[in-house]
Design a protein around this ligand. Structure first.
Ligand SMILES: [Zn+2]
Ligand SMILES: [Zn+2]
Ligand SMILES: [Zn+2]
Ligand SMILES: [Zn+2]
Length: 700
C-alpha cells in the first residue's frame, strides 16, 4: 500500500526540461545559501511536492516517468552557469553545447544487445574544472564492486562535508538542507558514477542486501534511475522498439506491507491518490503502470529495492536491495478512496540470498515475536551498556568466549597530567555548529567534527571532543564517542575465525561503532598479561603499519586546497590497549584486509586528565548481520627474528580479494626505507595497496 503515499506519483506539469536553475558552478560550492532575490537554488521538498511557487525540480529528479523526448535545449540557456543534472537519458552535450551521439564502447554482449546506442550525459557544466573523476567512460557505463563502493564512498564523504558546512551556517535558521542534492549534483556533473547504462537484471557491483540511505545513491550506481518515481521504465529494442518495461521498483513502504511471505511483493501502481484538497481518481494504465504491465507479459527481471523508516532517525529512510523479482500477476481493485488502483504481484526468483527476509527476521527478534536461534545470552554486557549485546552460536556447541570482564571504556594505569590547561570550552547547553568561539571546535579546525546525525565527517589526525570540564550538556553533539554505542550488536561464532561482531541494525558510513576498551599497556610494564604484547591477540596497537586509504571528501571537488583533509593520525605517543582480561565488544572484531570499520584517535578531558581513546567508525554503509572488521595493521617483528623474513607466518583468513595473506611481516631491516607501500610491494612481492581512488600519498 506504500505507493499510495506518492512515491510513484508523477508530478504534474514538470515536463519543462529546459528550465535551468541559477546554481553556482562547482568552484563556488562553499556555503552559499539561498538569497531571496535569486530564488531557491536548491531545496528539499517531499517527492510529490508541494513545491514553492516558481520552482520546479531538476529535470532528472522530476521528469514525467519515461519521458524520452530530448529536452528542447536552448543553446544560450544551457551554456549559462547553471548545473542541471540531466543524468539519465538526456542527449549528450559537447562542450559547444551541440547534441552529440556516442557509440557505446564494447561491453558484455548482453549489454550490447540491450543498449547498442547509448545516450550519456556529458557534462552540462561550464565551470572550468580539471577534476579527474578517476572513472573512465566505459567504467561510468558498466561498473563492478570496487567502482560501486568507490562512488558511494565519495558521495557520502562529500555529502557529510556539505552537511557539516550547512550545519555551521544554518544552525539558527530554518533553511532546509540540501547537501544530498548538492553532493549528487557534483558527483553526476563530474562523472563520479557508474552503471550509467540502463539494464535489465543484475547491476554489476551491486550486491543483494546492499543498503542505501538516499534515493540518489541508487541513481549513482545504476540500480534505479528515478530519483522520485517508484517504477523505472526502459525502452526495449528490436521488434518491440520503444515499448517500455519496468527494470526496477522501489517499494518504500514499511513492515506492514503485504509481507507475510518475504519473497512476494504486492505493489500498488502510481497515480490517482488523494492528497491535500485534491480528490482521488482512478489510476491510469500509463507510464510506470504500463511498464509493469508489459513486464508481466514479457516476464523480464525486475530489481526490487525495499525502503523502510530508519529506526535510528525517524525522518530518514533506509533502502535495501532485495534482488531480482518477476511480475506474476496484475489486477485492479478498489482502494480506500473508492477509486481503482493497479496491483502487481511480484515474486522473487528463488536461490538468491536473503535480504528483506533477514530484515523481517531481525524485526521479529527485536519485538520478541520469534526467538533468536543459537542465543546463549541476551546481553553479555549485563546491563553495562545501554543497548544489549546478544551472544549467539549457530555453528557449534561452544558456550561462549573465554572469561573476561566487561569494561566499557579505556583504563589507564596511572594518572595522566592535563596536557593543555584550558582544554574546555565555555559553551552553555550544547556546542552549536557554527559557534565560532567554541574552543573545542577550534581544536577541530573550526567545525563540529560530526554531522547532526552524529556521523564522523572526516578522518583527522586527532579529534577533540568536549570533556567533563566543558559546561555543555551530555547531549552536546561533540561528545559522540562518549555516549555509548547505539546499535544492537551480536557477538557470534564464526565458522573459521572464532568469535566475531555484527549488528542487527543497519549502520551508516561514518557512524560511531564503539571504542576500543581495555587496559592501556604501560611501556614500562615489561610483560603485560604475562606475555608478549605482540602475541596477545586481544591487543590494539597504534604503532603498526596500517594500509592507507582515502575516506575524506575530495577537497578539489569543492574547490578547496587539500591542507585540511589530512587523514594521517597524529598521536602524542604510541598506545597499546589490551582487552585480554577486560574489554568491550571491540575485542571481538576480527581483522580484514578489506575492512568495513576503521579506527580514529579521539581525545577528551575527564576529571582533569586529557586521555586518548580509540574510536571505531563505519567506513561504509553496513547492512545488518554483516561482520564488522577492521585492519589490525602489520606488526613489526622482533629484531632477533630479523634474519628471517616473516612472510606468511600467520595466515589471514579475512577472505577478501585484497587479502595481504599474512598478518605479520618483518619490516625491521627496511624500517628506515619505509617511505611507501610501493616499496613494501617491491620487497615482498605482494600488494599492500587498497586505495581504489585518488590516494594522495603512498599508493601512487
Ligand atoms: Zn563548545
Ligand atoms: Zn560541547
Ligand atoms: Zn567543549
Ligand atoms: Zn586478509
Amino acid at each position: 500500500m506504500e505507493e499510495g503515499t506518492g512515491i510513484n506519483t508523477v508530478l504534474p506539469n514538470l515536463g519543462d526540461k529546459s528550465r535551468v536553475l541559477d546554481v553556482k558552478p562547482i568552484r563556488f560550492l562553499v556555503p552559499q545559501f539561498p538569497d531571496a532575490s535569486n530564488g531557491p537554488p536548491f531545496f528539499c521538498a517531499p517527492p510529490n511536492g508541494p513545491f514553492p511557487s516558481g520552482f520546479s525540480p531538476f529535470p532528472p529528479f522530476s521528469g514525467p516517468q519515461g519521458s524520452q523526448s530530448t529536452p528542447g535545449l536552448n543553446r544560450h540557456e544551457f551554456c549559462s552557469t547553471a548545473v542541471p543534472i540531466r543524468s539519465f537519458r538526456a542527449e549528450p552535450i559537447d562542450s559547444n553545447c551541440q547534441n552529440v551521439h556516442k557509440e557505446k564502447p564494447s561491453g558484455s554482449s548482453s549489454i550490447k544487445k540491450k543498449a547498442k546506442k547509448r545516450k550519456v550525459f556529458e557534462f552540462a557544466f561550464t565551470a572550468p574544472t580539471d577534476f579527474n573523476p578517476g572513472i573512465s567512460l566505459s567504467e561510468r557505463d558498466n561498473g563492478n564492486r570496487e567502482l560501486v563502493e568507490n562512488v558511494l564512498s565519495r558521495f557520502d564523504a562529500l555529502r557529510r562535508k556539505l552537511s557539516q558546512m550547512e550545519d555551521a551556517s544554518q544552525s539558527h535558521s530554518g533553511i532546509i538542507k540540501h547537501s544530498v542534492l548538492k553532493a549528487s549534483n557534483i558527483m553526476m556533473s563530474n562523472g563520479v558514477r557508474t552503471n550509467a547504462v540502463k539494464r535489465i537484471g543484475v547491476v554489476p557491483g551491486v550486491e543483494i542486501g546492499d543498503i542505501f540511505f538516499f534515493r540518489l545513491e541508487l541513481c549513482l550506481v545504476g540500480l534505479h534511475a528515478q530519483t522520485m518515481a517508484g517504477i523505472d521504465p526502459m525502452p526495449m529494442k528490436g521488434d518491440l522498439e520503444g515499448e517500455r518495461v519496468a527494470v526496477s521498483i522501489v517499494s518504500a513502504g514499511g513492515y506492514d506491507d503485504d509481507v507475510k511471505d518475504p519473497d512476494v511483493l504486492v505493489y500498488t501502481g502510481h497515480g490517482g491518490n488523494a492528497s491535500g484538497d485534491k480528490g482521488a481518481s482512478d489510476q491510469k494504465l500509463v507510464r510506470g503502470n504500463l511498464a509493469l504491465e508489459r513486464s508481466l507479459h514479457r516476464a523480464n527481471e525486475v530489481r526490487v529495492i525495499r525502503g523502510f523508516q530508519d529506526s535510528a532517525h525517524q525522518a530518514s529512510k533506509v533502502y535495501v536491495y532485495d534482488g531480482i523479482y518477476k511480475v506474476q500477476e496484475s489486477w485492479m481493485e478498489k482502494g480506500k478512496t473508492g477509486c481503482n488502483m493497479f496491483k502487481y504481484k511480484l515474486v522473487r526468483i528463488p536461490g538468491q540470498r536473503g535480504a528483506f527476509a533477514t530484515w523481517k527476521m531481525i524485526q521479529k527478534w527485536k519485538e520478541c515475536l520469534s526467538p533468536r536461534d543459537g542465543l546463549i545470552l541476551p546481553d553479555l554486557t549485563s546491563g553495562t551498556e545501554s543497548t544489549p549485546v546478544s551472544l549467539v552460536n549457530e555453528v557449534d556447541d561452544e558456550k561462549g568466549p573465554a572469561h573476561f570482564t566487561y569494561l566499557s571504556t579505556i583504563k589507564y594505569p596511572k594518572s595522566f597530567k592535563l596536557l593543555q590547561p584550558s582544554f574546555c570550552c565555555s559553551c552553555c547547553d550544547v556546542c552549536q555548529p557554527g559557534n565560532s568561539i567554541c574552543t573545542c571546535f577550534k581544536k577541530n579546525g573550526g567545525y563540529l567534527p560530526y554531522t547532526s546525525y552524529g556521523n564522523l565527517v572526516c578522518r583527522k589526525p586527532l579529534i577533540y571532543e568536549c570533556g567533563s570540564s566543558c559546561p555543555c550538556l551530555q547531549n552536546c553533539k561533540n561528545r559522540v564517542t562518549q555516549t555509548g554505542f547505539k546499535v544492537h550488536f551480536e557477538v557470534f561464532k564464526t565458522r573459521d575465525r572464532g568469535w566475531g561482531l555484527r549488528s542487527w541494525d543497519p549502520i551508516r558510513a561514518g557512524s560511531f561503532i564503539c571504542e576500543y576498551a581495555g587496559e592501556v599497556v604501560d611501556n614500562t610494564d615489561a610483560k603485560p598479561d604475562g606475555g608478549d604484547v605482540e602475541s596477545n591477540e586481544y591487543a590494539f596497537h597504534t604503532n603498526r603499519v596500517y594500509e592507507p586509504f582515502k575516506w575524506n571528501y575530495e577537497a578539489e571537488i569543492v574547490g578547496e586546497g587539500s591542507s585540511n583533509t589530512s587523514e594521517d593520525y597524529d598521536i602524542p605517543s604510541p598506545l597499546v590497549i589490551s582487552s585480554k582480561n577486560s574489554g568491550n565488544v571491540a575485542r571481538f572484531m576480527n581483522h580484514s584486509c578489506s575492512p568495513n570499520v576503521f579506527w580514529q584517535p579521539v581525545m577528551y578531558e575527564y576529571n582533569n586528565e586529557v586521555l586518548l581513546h580509540i574510536a571505531f567508525f563505519a567506513k561504509r554503509h553496513i547492512p545488518p548481520m554483516t561482520e564488522l572488521t577492521y585492519d589490525y595493521g602489520i606488526p613489526f617483528s622482533d629484531e632477533k627474528e630479523s634474519n628471517n623474513v616473516d612472510y606468511g607466518k600467520k595466515k589471514c583468513l579475512c577472505g577478501s580479494a585484497k587479502c595481504r595473506g599474512c598478518s605479520r611481516v618483518n619490516l625491521m631491516p627496511f624500517q628506515a626505507e619505509l617511505t611507501s607501500y610501493r616499496k613494501l610491494e617491491t620487497i615482498y612481492g605482494m600488494s599492500f595497496r587498497s586505495c581504489s581512488f585518488a590516494c594522495p600519498r603512498l599508493c601512487r
